[in-house]
Structure formats: C-alpha cells, structure tokens
Design a protein around this ligand. Structure first.
Ligand code: SF4
Length: 467
C-alpha cells in the first residue's frame, strides 16, 4: 500500500500498521480483493478483546468475501485497515458491529469524517452501503435505522450463506435486493420494517484468528464456549435478549484446544461457571497445562480447581460482581446470589492465594436505604478480615435498559449519584479504592438506549457534533 504523504495521515497509517505488526496470526484468513470494511467503532484494546471482530471476518472470508478490519480512534481522519492499511474510502460496504450504545458517537464520527451523510436517505449511489449488526440491535433495532442502510438482527452464523452471497453480488441495488431476502435484515430505508431474530448454536466453536499484547486478554486466543445467559438480572439485557442460551460441546472445545496447545486462552461466556461441562474442561486444561483467563464468573459457583488454575495464569486480582449493595437490593435486582455465597467464594479465593479483590456495584435504585449502605460497609470490612490486602470497588449508576424488568425506571439524577459516592467514600476504610463511573457517560448510555428512528440523528447533532 502506498504510504500517505501528508504528515497527519502518515501518523495514523503508521499507528495502525504498528498495531497490526504486534498481532500474532494464528489462522490464516483467505485473501481476496477488499470489499467489506469490518468496523469495530471503538479503540483497538476494546476491539481486539471482542471475539466478534475476528469471528465475523473469518465467517465472511471463508465464504470468499474480502474483509479487512478497522477500529476507531478520535484522532483518526482517514481510517486505515488493519491488514493492508487501505483507506476506508476504498471499501464499498461498511459492516459495523454495534456492541455498546456509546459507540454511536464513534459511528457518527467515522461517517461524518469520511463525508457520508448520517441520514441514509441523503446518500448517493457512490456512498458505501452501511450495514449495522451487533448486540445493541437485539434490544432496540430502531435506534440505528435512519443511519444504517440495513440493520442485521441476531447471529450472523444463522444466515452466513445468504449474507455472504449478497455481499458478493455486484452493484449496490443488486446487493440490497439480496439482503432484503434475509429474514434477519431490517431496513427502514428499503421499506422492510420487520425482521426475524435468530440465535445460532455453537456447533462451530468461535475462535479468534490472532492474539495481541494490547487486548484485555493479553496474548490469549479467545474461545467462545457459551452464548447468552441462564440468569435474569433485571438490569442486564443479555439475560433477556439472547435466548435460548447456547453452549459449545465440550469435545468441540477440547478439539480447538488440541489444535492450539501452545497458546494461552481466554474462555468467553456470560458466566463461565454456568458452563455445564466446566469440570471436564478444567480437568483437560489442568492435564495439558493450558493457561487461561475467563471473561466472567459467578463467585458463589467457583471451586478450588478453577481458582487455582486462574491464579496460575496471570490473575492477581479476584474480580467479583455482587452488583447490589445489600442482599435486599440484590433480590430486587433479581441477582440470584446470596451474601453467604459471595463470602464463601471470596474466602476460597483468599485460600488459593488471591490478595486483591475487585468488586462491581450498581447504585441508584429508588429502594436504597441507609441499612443497605451499612451492609455494604460491613461487607467490605469482612474482606479485610478474610485477609485481602487490596480491595477496589467499581461503582456504576443503574442504567435501566429496554427489554428488561427495569425498562420503566428512571436514572438517578447527577446530584444524588454524586452524594451517594461521597457517602460511600466517607464510610469505607481509607485503604479501599473506589472508582466511580462517569455520570455523564452513563446518562448518555441511558438516553441512547431509548432512541428510535429520526431521534437518533437529532441526538447526535445535539450532543456530539461541534457547532
Ligand atoms: S449473570 Fe451476568 S450476564 Fe447473566 S443476566 Fe446477570 S449480569 Fe447479565
């Protein structure tokens, strides 16, 4: 690829190529003429920690579609692909994976910087075809329908043949015609205002095709062993939108591990401890001395073997999500976990050698009372009594989401949130660390999650565009 001449573009080009050089390729992606830009609208660390970015590329490339990956940085202006550092303007189809509501700002920024009108109806034939998929569509597809030519709802595996055949067609109108035949496609612009969701089984175990030191799963091969969640926490869309839950067969996961014995792995699932064949998998990984991390686990379901194996990898800190500040609040949140279960899991964690614990909490439910906060303060003292040296709390305001039992709730206001944070800081032991999530970012997340149709572009213009 020819290097850009101007200084600013070269800097961006150079940054992307340096990041790419740090990726260790595990599986070769079939080469082809580039056609589809697979855009993860967040920075490289977030993009490379998501198996979707790699897996979608593999699914399409294996069907003969030329796909290159893109990520987002606020400073980027031209956007270069990972694989060949080609500018995004050379790609006629932009496939965006919409994983988090707040990425809407980045999606808009890419379109605006590359001269693509935000409103799909204002685009000309020479503009790229913009297709948006990802988890946000599962709970509010109408959020993106004025920006995307097509929204894809559900798992790509369900209609990979039809989807890739459509992308392989030549000409915008022909591609559109083929896409409209797919039940998972929704398109306000083309008059298809209904779609049928589909969840794939995990007969083919999703595995990333590269590892990188910049991922949250540092240098680890990502393997998805479960999709969806058997739990129904009232604040979480995963438990309500990805149904029924699918688990990969343990023999298939082991077959993947056999192929990649030299790699450390990151096991991906909503909660790894709900994987029905976990014991068999752990026995195999222990026997083969495979080091691994997990995306998330339930503290009341951990066992000594799992914790010891995690500790043997590079886990210094035990991460736990009690979410509610007291048992009463956890019950309101439908977080089916008990105080005894949490304490017992944390005691086991300390027994196997963990000295640091990180706890995730959600505050701002209207039912909270002083007694609930007292229980939180008591609980944190217990952790020091158990023997933990370092205790960190990550506190987030409740963001009530559509399609959940909390859908009709309102977010706590800023003043009350800040007062609660101050109160927590005042009453916790000085040595406990507290990270409070930004109220502004959470409020934006709440507002975006409820946008529909033309409201989305109005919101972008009001909140994200410099006047
Ligand atoms: S256990 Fe985790 S992923 Fe499952 S519903 Fe609760 S918060 Fe969501």
């Amino acid at each position: 690829m020819r290097r850009p001449r101007d200084k600013e573009s070269f800097k961006e080009f150079d940054y992307v190529s340096k990041i790419h050089r740090h990726e260790k390729l595990i599986t070769q992606i079939p080469g082809n003429l580039p056609k589809v830009a697979l855009i993860f609208p967040n920075n490289y660390k977030v993009a490379s920690s998501s198996l979707a970015w790699s897996w979608i590329q593999q699914l399409l490339a294996n069907k003969g579609v030329g796909v290159q990956r893109f990520f987002y940085e606020e400073t980027f202006k031209r956007f270069y692909s990972m694989e060949e550092q080609r500018p995004i303007d050379e790609f006629s189809i932009w496939l965006i994976t919409f994983q988090f509501e707040n990425d809407l700002k980045n999606i808009a920024d890419i379109l605006i910087k590359r001269g693509v009108p935000l409103n799909v109806l204002d685009r000309a034939d020479y503009h790229p075809l913009v297709i948006v998929g990802g988890p946000v569509n599962l709970f509010n597809v109408e959020l993106i329908t004025d920006i995307a030519d097509f929204a894809f709802v559900g798992d790509l595996e369900c209609s990979i043949d039809e989807f890739s055949n459509a992308l392989l067609t030549e000409g915008k109108s022909k591609i559109a015609e083929e896409l409209l035949k797919i039940p998972q496609i929704y398109s306000k612009a083309y008059g298809k205002k209904e779609s049928r969701n589909c969840y794939a089984n995990l007969n083919m175990v999703p595995v990333s095709h590269f590892v990188t030191p910049f991922s949250v799963f540092k240098d680890k091969l990502l393997i998805e062993i479960g999709r969806g969640c058997i739990r129904r926490c009232a604040f979480c869309v995963t438990g309500y939108t990805k149904k029924p839950v699918k688990f990969a067969k343990v023999e298939d996961v082991i077959e993947v591990l056999e192929r990649h014995k030299d790699e450390e792995v990151g096991l991906i699932s909503a909660t790894i401890t709900d994987y029905p064949y976990l014991d068999t998998l752990l026995n195999y990984m222990e026997k083969e001395n495979i080091k691994f991390s997990v995306s998330s686990m339930r503290v009341d379901d951990v066992n000594e073997k799992l914790l010891k194996l995690l500790k043997a990898t590079d886990h210094q800190s035990f991460t736990v999500a009690p979410e509610g500040i007291s048992q009463r609040i956890r019950d309101i949140m439908l977080k089916d976990i008990t105080l005894e279960g949490i304490i017992s899991g944390l005691s086991l964690g300390h027994k196997v050698g963990f000295e640091e614990v990180k706890l995730y909490y959600i505050i701002g439910l209207s039912e909270e009372e002083t007694d609930d906060y007292d229980e939180l303060f008591w609980f944190i003292h217990q952790l020091y009594d158990i023997g933990y040296r370092k205790v960190t709390l990550s506190i987030n305001p409740l963001v009530p989401k559509p399609k959940t039992p909390f859908e009709d709730r309102k977010m706590i206001d800023r003043k009350e949130y800040e007062e609660k944070i101050t109160y927590i800081k005042k009453n916790l032991p000085n040595k406990a660390r507290i990270y409070a999530e930004s109220y502004k970012e959470s409020l934006i997340q709440y507002q975006i999650s409820r946008l529909r149709g033309e409201d989305t572009i109005d919101f972008i213009e009001k909140h994200f565009m410099k006047r």
